[in-house]
Design a protein around this ligand. Structure first.
Ligand code: FE
Ligand code: FE
Length: 286
């Protein structure tokens, strides 16, 4: 078991604390007028996490991380091995109520399965957070989780804690501070660099194996400013707008209440091993 110790770069007691903050924002506290009030009252460690994220995610940082990880030359692992590897990461916040990483993945997949979603949707739910193994490679929390946003263009004030962008070095680069920045109107999100984290990484790992709808769900599930707040529409193309239907459909399962019963991993394993084998080869490049 690896508990990532709290330190200056890792203020959260675990990655789950960011998920909890998002869940609070969109599920427990849905009404817009309560939103701002809530964020002001968020635990100081959550605010510190967003401060680090918003000040450190620069164009140069994102491009460097893409060069480092997207060749997928870190490991060869099966999906199940990756799930077990991710599960070695434990949040130290509240072990009695918190789900393990595998339990979160299975709870997401099971909720989709109960709703009669297609098998590609269920398997996408199962793998959606495997990119969090970035944390086990030594990446700080702010480079693994957090609401994602485009870099290289003006930040939307719809990004949670947008005030922290003032200290991002990219704020001094005029080219990055226009509405479209280094992009062109309607260019499509595939041409846009989002802040680096677990979404892009798992998207790249799964790209050869899942249908486009599932890949959109993986790649943009943390892009809350867009799929929940409606920001950055001007960078989307027609395909993005069509596919974001699935990103929004998926979000309800990702935010599925952790108050529900914990999935029985061993009992569910045969079903999921079978599902994994339907979509993925025995070994994947990570
Ligand atoms: Fe996630
Ligand atoms: Fe998730």
């Amino acid at each position: 078991m690896r508990v990532i110790a709290t330190d200056a770069q890792n203020p959260l007691s675990g990655l789950g604390q960011w998920d909890d903050a998002v869940r609070e924002r969109y599920v427990a506290n849905r009404r817009k007028e309560e939103f701002r009030q809530h964020t002001d009252e968020a635990p100081s460690v959550v605010r510190e996490f967003y401060r680090l994220n918003h000040t450190s995610q620069t164009v140069d940082f994102v491009r460097a991380k893409k060069r480092e990880y997207l060749p997928l030359q870190k490991r060869r692992m099966s999906v199940w091995e990756a799930m077990n590897y991710l599960n070695t990461l434990v949040d130290d916040s509240d072990p009695d109520t918190d789900l393990s990483q595998i339990q979160h993945l299975m709870q997401t997949a099971e909720a989709a399965r109960r709703d009669g979603r297609p098998r590609w949707f269920i398997v996408s739910g199962l793998v959606h957070d495997l990119g969090k193994i970035l944390c086990l490679y030594g990446e700080p929390q702010w480079a693994v989780v957090g609401d994602t946003f485009p870099v290289g263009c003006a930040w939307s004030d719809k990004v949670v804690y947008a005030k922290f962008f003032a200290a991002n070095p990219d704020s001094n680069i005029p080219e990055y501070q226009t509405r479209n920045g280094v992009y062109t109107e309607g260019c499509g999100l595939n041409s846009v660099d989002l802040s680096w984290g677990h979404d892009e990484y798992i998207y790249r790992v799964c790209k050869p194996f899942l249908p486009e709808e599932g890949l959109y769900m993986l790649r943009y599930h943390s892009f809350y400013p867009c799929h929940q707040e409606g920001a950055y529409q001007h960078l989307m193309d027609a395909r993005d707008r069509e596919m974001f239907y699935w990103v929004r459909e998926f979000n309800q399962y990702d935010l599925y209440s952790k108050g529900e019963s914990k999935p029985d991993v061993e009992a569910l394993r045969p079903y999921y091993e079978n599902l994994i084998a339907e979509f993925f080869p025995p070994q994947l490049s990570w």
